[in-house]
Design a protein around this ligand. Structure first.
Ligand code: TXA
Ligand code: MG
Length: 557
């Protein structure tokens, strides 16, 4: 088969010529042919998505596994109801904001979409690509275009028409050259058939931008970690080793300066390197493909596939790659690198961040803790540690008994009422108790952090300050809220009356205490727990970055 080239990258051609080419390209699709099409993300391999035979040809040309569904490309949201049913309002809202653009939405499919396109699933992925040439071709053809990325299955995606020809010349009817892809990584895939919505693949539209509109989004595990044996990802395509050059890839994550040093350390004479532009000079003598400045993730996204692809033809024995952090487009760039590496990852950023969270009842401490957990943090519940120590640690019990006498019941349980009476209103005694707690709880917290290593911890402690636990935190954050809001929240949460709610609040430290003693204050006047959790997540993300930056500088001096 001869593969025709439709050269549409030069927008200054006479309109008539452009028109003729668009019509010819649309004809290829209408007649059941295969056409390489430019999009803003990566090149697609398009066919009539309603024509089973045409769709089967896509799988044959790519060597794509049959169980991997295709995305339908449409010219706008007005086509959604043709191919999807029960379209939720949020889908239209997202389409209004982000289409045309790098967002694929998974929705329930209409029976008109053939099994060949959806690989038999009851759902279908739909997206409106942001490329004028391709939008015109789709409109002209009048059909939804099923298109996977135009690479041979398993290879890095194509970001130029030349890449497409490299993989597909002679196998498809034509390629439309619309210039290099502006975004460079595939679309973000969001499953809207589940609650909360689920990110199946990070891509050209950052997760944060989606969360600003829809609130919390679950991130599918397949995005950040390798699948366990027998585990099925929600996006079938995420299970295949992907984007892979022939040489094995190792991804190094962490602060850029540290990862560069680590790669220098790991490097053999025959190794190749994918690094941020600033570090290129470190690796002279090696084959190096720069990914872009460490601070510019948009450029990294544009270059990541090209870097992986270029290594394919070279004789390097292995490839080491620096990896951006997860924020913004970094999640997508890192995901593509890690998939190319089969999740072979070396992490050099061994420093962890410990945030102490405190605040009165009803202010929103649990939401803040959930926000940290959603960022991959482990929550250490100091109250629970305290209770477990009381139960299990003889020397802790002895220390308390030595200071406060017989505050234990005959069965060995702490008589917390009695202990409470002892220390309540007596500052000296309270300080004594806090000192004992600190002496025992602190090493226990350290032990738990060692046995459950994590990059991020939250210390959940109402008495964070009183027990001096703020000393081991990188930052202490007080969660506060207007009293009237707290009253209403506690009443609703615990089913108690107003008077009792007010009493519970007044028995605690006033917000001013926290404001004065804590490093930061996170004020919660959000309408719902979900909204506050989202706010808190954004807040902590920034705070963590700041802490990390400081730590790094501290280490350099
Ligand atoms: O940017 C893009 O999305 C590019 C351009 C050409 O539009 N297309 C693309 O298609 O990346 P492809 O086939 O290479 O990747 C589509 C991914 C696969 O991982 C597939 O398993 C998943 O989307 N997918 C498609 N339909 C799905 C569905 N109904 N449910 C879950 N995952 C689906
Ligand atoms: Mg693909």
């Amino acid at each position: 088969m001869q593969t025709l080239l439709f050269d549409l990258k030069d927008t200054k051609r006479p309109p008539k010529e452009i028109d003729d080419l668009i019509q010819a390209a649309a004809r290829v699709l209408r007649e059941g042919g295969l056409l390489g099409i430019p999009t803003e993300t990566v090149y697609g391999l398009g066919a009539n998505g309603l024509n089973p035979e045409a769709v089967r040809k896509i799988f044959a040309a790519k060597g794509r596994p049959q169980d991997n569904p295709l995305i339908l490309h449409v010219p706008g949201p007005q086509w959604l109801t043709r191919y999807c049913r029960e379209v939720p309002p949020i889908a239209y809202e997202l389409a209004r904001r982000f289409w045309p653009g790098p967002l694929t939405m998974i929705l329930k499919r209409n029976p008109i979409v053939p099994d060949e396109t959806t690989a038999g699933l009851d759902t279908v992925g739909v997206r409106c690509p942001n490329h004028p040439v391709t939008l015109n071709i789709i409109r002209e053809a009048g059909i939804p275009v099923a298109a996977p990325s135009a690479n041979l299955s398993g290879r890095p995606s194509c970001t130029t028409a030349e890449d497409v020809l490299e993989d597909m010349d002679g196998k498809i009817d034509g390629v439309v050259d619309g210039g290099p892809c502006a975004v460079g990584v595939e679309s973000t895939i969001l499953d809207l058939t589940v609650t909360p919505p689920r990110l199946l693949r990070p891509g050209g539209l950052p997760l944060e931008e989606l969360e600003n509109i829809v609130g919390h989004i679950d991130v599918d595990q397949a995005v950040t970690s390798p699948l366990k044996k027998g585990e099925q990802p929600k996006a079938p395509g995420m299970k295949y080793r992907h984007y892979a050059p022939k040489a094995p890839v190792t991804v190094v994550t962490g602060a850029p300066r540290k990862t560069a040093q680590e790669i220098l350390h790991l490097l053999k004479p025959t190794s190749g390197v994918i690094c941020f532009d600033e570090f290129e000079g470190l690796f002279t003598g090696h084959e190096v493909h720069p990914l872009g400045p460490s601070t510019d993730k948009a450029i990294q996204a544009q270059r990541v596939f090209d870097a992986l692809r270029t290594f394919d033809g070279s004789p390097v024995s292995e490839i080491f790659a620096q990896c951006p952090d997860r924020r913004g487009l970094g999640l997508a760039v890192g995901n593509r690198l890690k998939k190319a590496a089969g999740f072979q990852v070396v992490d050099v950023d061994d420093e962890n961040v410990l945030i102490g969270i405190t605040g009165g009842t009803g202010a929103g401490k649990s939401c803040a803790l959930r926000a940290i957990a959603s960022l991959g943090g482990k929550v250490l519940d100091c109250d629970q540690v305290y209770r477990e120590l009381l139960r299990d640690d003889e020397s802790f019990r002895n220390a308390i008994a030595a200071a406060f006498g017989s505050v234990f019941l005959p069965d060995g349980e702490l008589n917390s009422r009695k202990l409470g009476q002892e220390v309540f209103g007596n500052t000296a005694k309270l300080a004594k108790l806090d000192a004992i707690v600190f002496r025992f709880v602190r090493p226990e917290l350290n032990r738990r952090m060692e046995t459950e290593p994590s990059r991020l911890y939250a210390l959940d402690a109402i008495n964070l300050i009183e027990a001096d636990l703020d000393q081991i935190c990188d930052r202490t954050v007080a969660v506060t809220a207007p009293v009237e809001l707290r009253v209403r929240r506690i009443m609703a949460r615990d089913g108690i009356d107003e008077q009792y709610a007010r009493m519970r609040i007044s028995a605690q430290k006033p917000d001013d205490f926290y404001r004065e003693k804590c490093d930061c204050v996170l004020e919660n006047s959000a309408d719902s727990p979900e909204a506050f959790q989202q706010e808190a997540r954004n807040y902590f993300e920034k705070l963590i970055d700041k802490i990390k930056e400081e730590k790094q500088h501290g280490g350099d001096e």
